[in-house]
Design a protein around this ligand. Sequence first.
Ligand code: ADP
Length: 451
Amino acid sequence: MNWLVPRFVLAALVAVTGVLFGHWMGHLLPWPFLGEALSAVSAVAALVFLDAVRGHRLLKWLRGSQLDDAPRDSGIWGELGYRIERAVRERDKVIAAERLQLQQFLSAIDASPNGVLMLDAQDHIHWCNRVAADHFSLDPVRDLRQRVTNLLRSPAFVSFLNTESYETPLILNNVRGFSTLSVIVKRYGDGMKLVLSQDITERERSDSMRRDFVANVSHEIRTPLTVLSGFIETMVSLPLTVAERTRVLTLMGQQTDRMQGLVSDLLTLAQLEGSPRPTADRWVGLDALLARISSDALALSNDRHHLKIQVDTQIELAGVESELLSAAANLVNNAVRYTPVGGEIEVSWRQLGDGSGELCVSDTGLGIAREHLPRLTERFYRVDGSRSRETGGTGLGLSIVKHVMHRHGGELQIESEPGRGSKFRLAWPAVRVRHVGEPALGVEAANAPAH
Ligand code: ADP
């Protein structure tokens, strides 16, 4: 109220000045009191006019954007302007802070690996992040305020959105059909909905691979087990001659070997997957390795093939000896098993100009049709299942070879032609190859992660 008193004082002073001025003027007029009254009224009117001008200036500023300063008048209008301006500035600061917070919040949701779609009570799109836009093929700007069911017409999605309970997520094929989405809906606010989407393609794929793997392993184990239990039943229920008994026991031994082979390959694979990448500071002599492989191959072939194994390479390879042996032995075993009697099998080392090298196992055996080549290293993939099993194959050999090579920064390359034979190459990077007694290339390079 401290502004009111000066205001009254000012009005009174103006009126008194007016009266005095009117009194002085009254000598000049025929009606002296009229002059005093008119002067007092004019003085107050002038004061009101001044107020009106200042009030108008303040109003004009208030109606505008208020970016510039409020009018700096004296007295009540000045104080009013100053206080309003201060309140406006405070409000602007709060709004800016809240806007920044909202912006940061939206950026955080936008960076989420999951899709977030906000719908109003009528299912109009209120906001969506980039991932949701990608999942549902939406345009985050153009499609705002559109009804989502007009854009996503999948009947499964439409009926899911209209159900009352969203307990189980909806599994939806992406609009473009390349991926699988898991969609959940949460209600919030006044009938609003939050649609959350997650790309589960990889998870689905690995789930299905795991299911296939378990099914394959079960199948591989069940078959010899069934055969074994049949033989056991025969031996229990039938009186067998010595010769029959020996034959049955031999067949039982074969089935047990088959199961043992399978379990051992499965263990090898599990070990390869679970152990760290081999460092490049342990050197393994290739010749000793090939000598062991050669004697195994001779025993397996039993003189039915022409074997040519080069055992004087003078090469050392950096890696884990048991893994290198397993990779090379698998290839040589396959060559023996898939090459008919009289065929040729050759194992040789070739050093390339850049210091890298390849161990090549070639045969003149059955060969493999082109369409099978890309799938050969899949677990349990066989071109001819019965031949593989008959010869003691588990369907895991090439998968092990590929794993070993990958861990050592190398690669398995396959060339084959049906009826003419196959060539399997184990390609070694230069940093893991050296001649006996020679220093190797940089160890750091060999330890770099495989691509
Ligand atoms: P398996 O234990 O069945 O031999 P692998 O993973 O070692 O399993 O090989 C996968 C398949 O590739 C085999 O079943 C066979 O059909 C084919 N294969 C592998 N090596 C040869 C080869 N040297 N000649 C012809 N076919 C081969």
